[in-house]
Design a protein around this ligand. Structure first.
Ligand code: PEP
Length: 250
């Protein structure tokens, strides 16, 4: 059985004090809720990781990115090994904002995936099409290429540890959410691609998260789809109560 997962991506929000307070509140509400079968993850900015790790027990910790090089003269970069040493277990890789604003190509992302895995981090690998690609009917080709070039170099055993997040770029931070049918159609396609590459059993056990303007009020209908295993949450992860509403929406 694949896992249900809700992961919050805080992006470039919260100072350290606010980040610790938010993580503490998420930990408290999640623990009080008694929910046991939803893997819950928060992804604060890099500089918060060590301190946030101290206030988490049941909620897991992720970084939002890692360097494409293992170490060395790469000013401002944070390596996968550094991320792992904070206590984080997960690492978001390939978020559309990294692809769009920081030049993270599929081949750079493949290097990040490799380093994350080598350091014992579970990649939360993001894929998604922009609006023009959807409207011109290229969406399935785009997703296929992102998978093939960014992560399908892994062995079946390695891929079995990965989490995929489908995030249509036109839905991220826009308030425009994919319809449950649009989400299901793409998640099913992604699972088929995984099955073609790695076989049915790996495909059936891979968690595929939906991301893009998901909130407590629309999570239930999205998560009700057979191939939607949870969510990668941006804005709605910045309020602990709202985030809990998503965790309890299955
Ligand atoms: C995201 O950035 O991963 C995301 C899904 O953002 P939002 O929920 O704000 O659309």
């Amino acid at each position: 059985m694949r896992k249900k997962i809700v992961a919050g991506n805080w992006k470039c929000n919260t100072n350290l004090k606010e980040g610790i307070a938010l993580a503490s509140e998420v930990e408290k509400l999640y623990t009080q809720s008694g929910v046991k079968d939803v893997l819950t993850i928060v992804s604060p900015p890099f500089v918060h990781l060590t301190e946030v790790a101290k206030v988490l027990k049941n909620v897991k910790l992720s970084a939002q990115n890692c360097a494409a090089e293992p170490k060395g003269a790469f000013t401002g970069e944070v390596s996968a090994e550094m991320v792992k040493s904070t206590g984080a277990e997960f690492c978001i890789i390939g978020h559309s904002e990294r692809r769009e604003y920081y030049g993270d190509t599929n081949s750079i992302l493949a290097k990040k995936v490799k380093l994350a895995m080598a350091n014992g981090l579970t990649p939360i690998f993001c894929i998604g099409e922009v609006l023009a690609e959807r409207e011109s009917g290229k969406l399935f080709d785009v997703i296929k290429t992102q998978l093939q070039d960014g992560i399908f170099f892994l062995s079946a055993e390695e891929f079995g540890k990965v989490i995929i997040a489908y995030e249509p770029v036109w839905a991220i931070g826009t308030g425009v959410v994919a319809t449950p049918a649009q989400a299901q159609e793409m998640h099913k396609f992604i699972r088929e691609q995984i099955s073609l590459k790695y076989g049915k059993s790996v495909a059936d056990s891979t968690s595929i998260l939906y991301g893009g303007s998901c909130k407590a009020s629309n999570a239930k209908e999205l998560f009700a789809n057979p191939d939607v295993d949870g969510g990668l949450i941006g804005g709605a992860a910045l309020k602990a109560e709202e985030f809990l509403g998503i965790i309890t929406a299955f």
